[in-house]
Design a protein around this ligand. Structure first.
Ligand code: ADP
Ligand code: MG
Length: 419
């Protein structure tokens, strides 16, 4: 066997997809492109990207960052320079002043790339903002007991940024990712709404917001401000099609080292079990790539990768740690419950729909003869839900949980399900 260079596992569950392996999302990208062009023409069009965790929001948002900077896109708006694009992760922003500071930090970085006069100007502007300081690590907002005035001054700061950068940038695209925790602040949605309104009133018409959110985050922001969603063009990132999963695996295997191939059984298992969730494709892909020894991925490698070996941590264990501890493993302790859940996933797969009648669950339980009480208890604990208006019909909360259960759930329930 010829070996060359260091091993390189091309599946990276914790990093946004590189452009070279990015798959699918063609209609979504087209729609975002239109929104960027509209904005640069002076008709701002904001985008809300909604998807479950692991579905590819950050990857899509990163792709948008590149898209907005590509001459083909801003050229279509008839402008001769691209917009300033700020990619802002709000994962560490607990308050609205923090979020404002995070955005200004990225703006500051942008200014640094434009040269000293822009930096001096920006430092000057920032010094006018109360409680804001610029340090080695960027812009920070001081925490103050009596509240912070930064949110009020913020639209003005953006306005002057846009005016000042007019020659170097044809507009401003602000991408807000990781909004999970800030969305829990009931003031966030009203803040965004008033920010966009203020910019509109001041005729700052070339600023675009691209926000990512989980469905729960979106719902929270909507209930904090009912017209929140109406500010945005909604975009759902859902499951990849089987053909897109195959393309993803294929492109990834081309980039890894050593080069590997995958047989048909491997690919079709990947399609069934990852069920179109990119994060699952990468998690399973990573483990199977490590498990394999002959550079050809087969069904046996698939199973080993999912379950794990002495050397390689199985994809299921990683997924359980990352996503299912709180809502599943800690709440559903006995194998009977797990059997019932596994039966729900099997029924969903067979019936090709998410709403499952008790009878269909019973049919698929090897040992539990009366699933009813187990189902009722799991509804109480928030593991599954009843379907409104349909007696004795239940559903799993999301696609990710479905795929996890189909794979066999935890080590213990995999034994129970003979996987
Ligand atoms: N369109 C895509 N093509 C290929 N891989 C993707 C795609 N979207 C997401 N991924 C991969 O799936 C995983 C989860 O994606 P990520 O963008 O972090 O999801 P989210 O932000 O929704 O949690 C990452 O490994 C990422 O590289
Ligand atoms: Mg993300």
């Amino acid at each position: 066997m010829v070996t060359q260079g260091p091993r390189l596992n091309p599946f990276q569950p914790d990093a946004p997809a590189r452009a070279s392996i990015f798959s699918g999302r063609t209609p979504e990208l087209k729609s975002i492109e239109t929104a960027i062009v509209d904005t640069l023409r002076g008709h701002p069009s904001h985008v809300l990207i909604v998807g479950e965790r692991g579905m590819g929001k950050t990857s899509l948002a990163r792709y948008v960052e590149n898209l907005a900077q590509s001459p083909a896109v801003w050229g279509a708006a008839g402008v001769d320079v691209g917009p300033a694009v700020l990619f802002v992760s709000l994962g560490f922003s607990a308050t609205i002043p923090d979020a404002c500071a995070a955005i200004l930090s990225e703006a500051y970085r942008w200014a640094q790339q434009r040269g000293p006069s822009m930096v001096t100007w920006f430092q000057n502007e920032l010094s006018k903002l109360e409680g804001v300081s610029v340090g080695f690590f960027g812009v920070t907002a001081a925490v103050k007991a009596g509240g912070n005035t930064l949110p009020w001054a913020f639209p003005g700061a953006l306005e002057s940024f846009v005016q000042r950068s007019e020659k170097a940038a044809s507009g401003l695209v602000i991408i807000l990712d990781e909004t999970e925790s800030i969305a829990a602040d009931p003031q966030f949605a009203p803040f965004i709404k008033s920010l966009l309104e203020t910019l509109g009133q001041r005729r700052v018409n070339t600023v675009q917001l691209v926000v990512t959110a989980t469905p729960e985050g979106r719902d929270r922001m909507n209930s904090a401000h009912p017209s929140f969603s109406r500010l945005f063009r909604p975009l759902n990132v859902g499951r990849l099609a089987d053909s897109e999963v195959r393309v993803l695996v294929h492109k990834a295997l081309q980039e890894g080292w050593p080069k590997k191939t995958a047989d048909e059984a491997f690919l079709s298992s990947m399609c069934v079990f990852a069920s179109g969730i990119p994060g699952f494709v990468h998690e399973i892909g990573k483990a199977t790539f490590d498990v394999d020894t002959d550079n050809h991925l087969t069904e046996a490698d698939f199973t080993q990768g999912v379950i794990g070996t002495d050397q390689v941590v199985g994809a299921m264990d990683v997924l359980e740690q990352k996503h299912f501890m709180e809502r599943y493993s800690k709440k559903v302790l006995s194998n009977s419950y797990r059997e019932v859940l596994h039966a729900m996933a099997l029924a969903e797969r067979d019936l090709k729909r998410a709403e499952i009648p008790t009878e269909e669950i019973r049919k698929r339980c090897p040992t539990v003869t009366q699933p009813g009480p187990y189902l009722a208890n799991m509804v109480k604990r928030g593991v599954i839900s009843r379907v409104d208006g349909k007696r004795g019909t239940y559903q799993l909360p999301d696609r990710m949980f479905y795929a996890f259960l189909l794979l066999g759930g935890t080590r213990r329930s995999r034994k129970a399900a003979h996987l």
